[in-house]
Design a protein around this ligand. Structure first.
Ligand SMILES: Cc1cc2nc3c(=O)[nH]c(=O)nc-3n(C[C@H](O)[C@H](O)[C@H](O)COP(=O)(O)OP(=O)(O)OC[C@H]3O[C@@H](n4cnc5c(N)ncnc54)[C@H](O)[C@@H]3O)c2cc1C
Length: 487
């Protein structure tokens, strides 16, 4: 019955792949139109310009153990034995005012001991903020919200950004907010409070460790390609690359295939297709480049236009030797992998797990995520040329490690400023600002055009900025199509 009913999925990211996979298995005649030359979208594993066998992640990189649907799909796609550890913990910190690199543990000790060398860098700390680690401060600050369900959190704190929550509910001084911002890896103060609360494993060292992050051997884009390799579907044959959708029309009066989709091929011609259903999985900012007739209902259009996205720039750098493994171990007694936080422009660096499958002997080289920045810091780095980014990484690392081995070993870099990514719509991922959950969430998720148009993508989920959200939204959109078909 479902065979012969056409569903077109716009976008071959994780949401689109998940939706198409389920719909095809369910019997629908499903096709994916993908504007770029690859699947994965914001899962972007870089293998160039690195030495053969090496890679790094310019988009998604880690998977928390409690993201159930990701784990389910890793099993379903035959990748569950391909996970390896991802070291989430911060090992080192360098603050310009401190003028030396210390372990994160030592930094926490300095905070506990109210050491003036750190406290003087943040004048204005309240007495009750002194003598506590960042984790202790965070845990205390979150206490009023802990134990509440999502509805209660929204009722109580919907109007708050993380910053205003910390100021008004937790009573933090601006010095304490600066301490937290500069000495943590993932602080986006303008986020709606509930986003940061939900992502506590990025906000607290302890919760980050408890999340048991893993990575996929060989690169996370293997997850996307695995959808095309499944034998029970033929998605590889049913995806068109280089197909940028420009115009979608819904003809309410048509008895069959009421959706008309026009896409532009990279070869420069325009193609129009008919379908019974359409699933949009394109990030909201990129949706605004697709003309839809008739327009979606007002709430849907506002939600697409208004939902807040964040900027991210990542820089990956290749070194001739993995000098950090020895240095972290011998100089700092801090293992051989993990994060480094700094107030220098690179802000956050991640030394990969030494047991990573890509480092199997005789591989001596390594690729480091040399910088991960958000919002205005991402914008500042994003405008630099690749050469200037590599220069910045080299200069920052030389200041942090005071070692000649940086100059001796640094080779090449590649970066991605998500603000310049046309198909991502010039942004990295959705993070609601205050009130947006209440005002936009239902409109982002619900179908339009009498149930003929369904919507997916990490933005249309409760897991913004995670693959889990993209998968869940793709499954939901597929169910919405099936449900409508059965009516
Ligand atoms: C820097 C960064 C770090 C991240 N870190 C993590 C992490 O560690 N762990 C984690 O789980 N998640 C992480 N994420 C989030 C995760 O990558 C996303 O949630 C997920 O990949 C989004 O999938 P999607 O299908 O919703 O969107 P996308 O991946 O953006 O897919 C949309 C697709 O639509 C295509 N498209 C756009 N316009 C058109 C058009 N007009 N016509 C046809 N096709 C079009 C695009 O090319 C793209 O392939 C990160 C994301 C970023 C950017």
């Amino acid at each position: 019955m479902k065979a012969g009913h056409q569903v077109v999925v716009i976008g071959g990211g994780i949401a689109g792949l998940a939706a198409a996979y389920v719909l095809q298995k369910d019997g629908f005649d499903t096709e994916i139109l993908e504007a770029s030359h690859r699947v994965g979208g914001r899962v972007l594993t870089a293998r160039e310009p690195f030495a053969r066998g090496l890679y790094g992640e310019l988009g998604a990189m880690r998977l928390p153990a409690n993201h159930e649907i990701v784990n389910e799909y890793l099993r379903e796609l035959g990748l569950d034995d391909q996970l390896e550890p991802f070291e989430q913990a911060n090992q080192l910190i360098y603050l310009t005012g401190l003028k030396r690199t210390i372990t994160y543990n030592a930094f926490e000790d300095l905070l506990r001991q109210k050491d003036p060398s750190v406290l003087n860098l943040f004048p204005g700390l309240h007495d009750h903020e002194k003598g506590k680690t960042l984790d202790e401060l965070w845990t205390e600050a979150m206490a009023p919200a802990v134990g509440m369900n999502a509805t209660q959190i929204r009722q109580n704190y919907d109007r708050h950004t993380l910053q205003s929550y910390l100021e008004e509910v937790a009573g933090w001084s601006s010095a304490c907010i600066q301490l937290y911002e500069y000495c943590s890896a993932h602080v986006v103060l303008e986020n709606a409070f509930e986003e940061s609360f939900a992502d506590a494993y990025l906000s607290s060292e302890q919760q980050g460790t408890a999340a048991r992050m893993r990575q996929l051997k060989g690169g996370l884009d293997r997850l996307a390609w695995a959808f095309l390799q499944q034998k029970d579907v033929d998605l590889a044959a049913r995806i068109r690359f280089g197909a940028r959708v420009r115009h979608v029309v819904y003809d309410r009066s048509a008895v069959e295939t009421p959706i008309r989709i026009t896409f532009e091929s990279v070869a420069g011609h325009s193609v129009t297709k008919q379908a019974d259903y359409i699933v949009f999985t394109v990030p909201c900012p990129a949706m605004t480049t697709i003309r839809v007739s008739p327009p979606f209902r007002a709430g849907k259009t506002s939600a697409i236009n208004q939902v807040r996205y964040v900027e991210v720039t990542k820089i990956l750098a290749q070194f001739r030797t993995r000098w950090w493994e020895k240095l972290l171990n011998q100089k700092y007694n801090a293992g051989s992998e993990g994060g480094l936080v700094t107030d220098l422009p690179i802000r956050y660096l991640m030394f990969p797990h030494s047991a990573s499958s890509q480092f199997a002997p005789p591989q001596a080289r390594g690729v480091v995520m040399a910088s991960y920045t958000f919002e205005r810091e991402a914008a500042r780095l994003g405008v630099l040329s690749e050469a200037d980014k590599l220069r910045l990484v080299r200069e920052n690392l030389k200041e942090i490690f005071e070692e000649d081995l940086i100059d001796d070993t640094i080779e090449v870099s590649v970066s991605h400023n998500w603000s310049n990514d046309v198909y991502a719509g010039g942004a990295a991922f959705a993070y609601f600002s205050p009130h947006q959950h209440t005002r936009l969430y239902n409109d982002l998720l619900s179908p339009d055009w009498d149930g003929r148009a369904c919507f997916a993508g990490e933005h249309a989920s409760a897991y913004h900025g995670w693959i889990e959200g993209a998968l869940r939204s793709g499954l939901r959109a597929a169910f919405q199509v099936s449900e409508h078909f059965l009516i």
